[in-house]
Design a binder for this molecule. Structure first.
Ligand SMILES: [Zn+2]
Length: 485
């Protein structure tokens, strides 16, 4: 049994088979950085992270690209309200996005392209579409001619009359067809703009993703992910632009993450019922929020409530207690040989049951994740093993230390795929890194003082650090430091 993915394009579960054996190219639509992200947005980012981690666990080399939309109507409008430039606003919120997602344990993508740094590529793609007769220019704006792409609507499966109804919201008399959308927007006074063959302006949102995805991943990508609200028109338009330009399929598998709900309604900025991810992270550990966000399959809606978070918190406590109680066995037998190589004949039944529970957990986990990344069932498999371990620990019926050590290793390995137990991960926590850099900075300043024979400053830094239990040693090669234990 191999991995199956529900492809929104075919509306079917499909056997996963990447374009290149052993490699997966993946594009995920990233944030429009006009504000902090809320935990509804975080669900999509987290699912992308889990899919990537699982593909890596399955042995694939994954290249993940996630864009930042750093120029957009919302950014311009909000920057105006705040009295700052849209560039400043995008930079601040872009930085906040990485801080928040990193706190949630989301690993950075391999490339995070910014729209404003890919304007030449977008202009090139728009020009190609004009040359092919798929776009037209009016007053410095360029529109995509939906009629030129026969397969328009194949992702959303909307009929032309539905598409027209949707498009009526923004009537633009200049368009040939109300369904046509802008790829280049002529600059309005006071707005940031870039030069183009059609005059100063800025790119439309859809062309950004088409050109950044193709630049960093090629003309056809394996997996294109995003929130379900992006399916139409954003992804439909990405397909229309990219496929008409290249004549090739744009993405093999389309993955759409369902909404997070609160009080039965979709959590969203426009609904004004959202909770910023950073607020949630101030109240709950990252693993608890991760556990909550993956406690439903990604295609099912998930309801945010205090009760759900509390449930996740107590589940995580059980998991952590279990792992902690196993840790000593792992420390005693860190490289334990596989248990069946060293099993004496008289092992207890409890021991045998635990051994089989470890195997079952691993196979159930893989089966769940192979079934379109069913994280809810995958978490269930972990907790079944937790119950078995707790039973075995409470039992007087001897369990071999090797077996407990093996349970520890399997549990931590699998939990790290989901990121709900991250104690051994070093790339999700920048605190230690920042701390080290800070001490290095102090040592540099102290060395500067020593070079100028400013012994007072040099001694002051050494003594004050000593009060903080940090000892400095001066050697011929320079100064080193360590914690005094
Ligand atoms: Zn996109």
């Amino acid at each position: 049994m191999g991995l199956k993915i529900y492809n929104s394009l075919s509306r079917q579960l499909e056997e996963f088979s990447p374009l290149t054996d052993g490699h997966v190219s993946m594009y995920s639509c990233g944030p429009t950085v006009y504000d902090y992200i809320h935990i509804g947005n975080a669900r999509t980012a987290l699912i992308t992270d889990i899919i990537r981690r699982y593909l890596e666990y399955r042995g694939y080399a994954v290249k993940l690209v996630q864009n930042l939309t750093d120029i957009d109507d919302k950014i311009i409008a909000r920057a105006k309200t705040l009295g700052i430039s849209s560039g400043q606003l995008a930079q601040t919120n872009g930085k906040a996005y990485f801080e928040d997602t990193q706190r949630l344990g989301i690993q950075p993508a391999d490339v995070h392209p910014k729209a404003t740094e890919h304007i030449p590529e977008m202009i090139e793609l728009i020009q190609m579409l004009i040359d092919k007769g798929a776009a037209y220019v009016i007053d410095g704006s360029v529109y995509y001619r939906v009629n030129s792409f026969n397969e328009y609507g194949k992702l959303s499966r909307r009929k032309p009359e539905d598409l027209l109804a949707g498009a009526r919201v923004e009537v633009d008399e200049r368009k040939e067809d109300p369904r046509d959308f802008d790829m280049w927007k002529a600059a309005k006074p006071g707005e940031p703009s870039w030069d183009s063959p059609w005059g100063p302006g800025r790119p439309g949102w859809h062309i950004e993703c088409s050109s950044m995805a193709m630049k960093h991943l090629g003309e056809t990508i394996d997996i294109h992910a995003g929130g379900e609200d992006l399916l139409f028109p954003h992804h439909e338009n990405e397909i229309a632009q990219s496929e008409l330009a290249t004549g090739k399929p744009f993405a093999k598998y389309w993955v759409h993450v369902a909404f997070l709900k609160i009080d039965g309604r979709r959590m969203g900025k426009s609904e004004e019922n959202f909770i910023f991810l950073r607020e949630a992270l101030d109240r709950y550990p990252a693993e608890v929020i991760r556990h909550f966000l993956i406690s439903a399959h990604y295609r099912h809606p998930l309801d945010y409530s205090l009760e759900s978070l509390q449930k996740s918190e107590s589940a995580l406590k059980r998991l952590n207690n279990c792992i902690e109680s196993l840790q000593k066995y792992h420390e005693e037998i860190p490289d334990a040989a596989e248990i069946d190589n060293a099993t004496p004949f008289n092992v207890s039944e409890t021991n045998m049951n635990l051994l089989s529970a470890i195997d079952t957990m691993q196979s159930r986990f893989t089966a769940a994740m192979d079934a379109d990344f069913n994280s809810a069932q995958a978490v269930g498999s972990i907790f079944s093993l937790v119950s078995q371990v707790n039973k075995a620990i409470g039992s007087s019926n001897g369990v071999l230390p090797n077996t407990f050590a093996s349970a520890y290793r399997k549990l931590t390995e699998i939990c790290q795929v989901l990121g709900i137990y991250t104690i051994n991960e070093d790339n999700t926590d920048t605190t230690t890194e920042n701390f080290d850099a800070l001490i290095e900075l102090l040592l540099e300043i102290r060395q500067g003082a020593r070079d100028q024979k400013d012994w007072d400053t040099s001694d002051k830094i050494r003594d004050r650090l000593k009060q903080l239990n940090i000892e400095i040693k001066d050697t011929h090669e320079g100064s080193t430091w360590k914690f005094i234990t």
